[in-house]
Design a protein around this ligand. Sequence first.
Ligand code: DGL
Length: 276
Amino acid sequence: MPDDRPIGMFDSGSGGLTVARAVLDLLPNEPLVYFGDTARFPYGDRSVAEIRSFAREIARFLLDRDVKMLVVACNSVEVAGIEELTDRAGVPVIGVIEAGVRAGLRATRNGRVGVIGTVATIESGAYLRAVAREDGEVRLVSAACPAFVPHVERGDTTSPELLAKARGYLQPLVAEEVDTLILGCTHYPLLSGLLQVVMGPDVVLISSAEEVAKDVYAALVRDDLLRREARPPVHEFLCSGDAGSFAELGRRFLGPEIDQVRPQSVQPAREGSGWS
Ligand code: DGL
């Protein structure tokens, strides 16, 4: 049955807007409710238990808003507990890791692939497992880049300080001569210019965003959830921190679709709600 409800999407902040952009481009008829947990980013330095409890709160909040699908536009949330969300949500749940791995394996020519992400993502080993499942021959070299997200959330994607940090983080991947780099954090596509300079022009940078958008479309078709209404959809952008600065950053990163951001706090999941 056609379904006019919105797609719910969330991240710790504005990184997930890279996924939102790809979804809006591919599915211009679908309404989106986006939540950025800007009061509590970065997630990547937090414990798995903490990230998981934030994810539960946000998922429950979005499901209360009657979304027809959840897009976890955050690698750090996915490694901390996408299985639980998938089991309990009662709507399709789409992540970003398989999508990035698929595109990375398609792109590599020499079988040496790099992945960068937050400490939580890299320490989880999720990319190593996902690559091994798909292709045991490929060598995956990983590096955590904890300073990147705070720079992006400040709107800094090009400064000399950031470039120096990137050179340090990526040096082992350059030394291993990876020919493909998976951006294992949804904030990192916003650093593509800088990352390309550090890695060199021949290295293919992989953002999962476009692949995720295709997965979203495939799931909507599979479950007959596409919106049929012809009127342009209305999107909602919400964040837990300062709405003004999120709107400003969001307009730079995502574009004019973000005309207004509403501040929104989420409550800890209640005992007995199935999400506690
Ligand atoms: N954008 C998120 C990710 O993909 C993480 C950012 C953070 O550390 O908050 O992992």
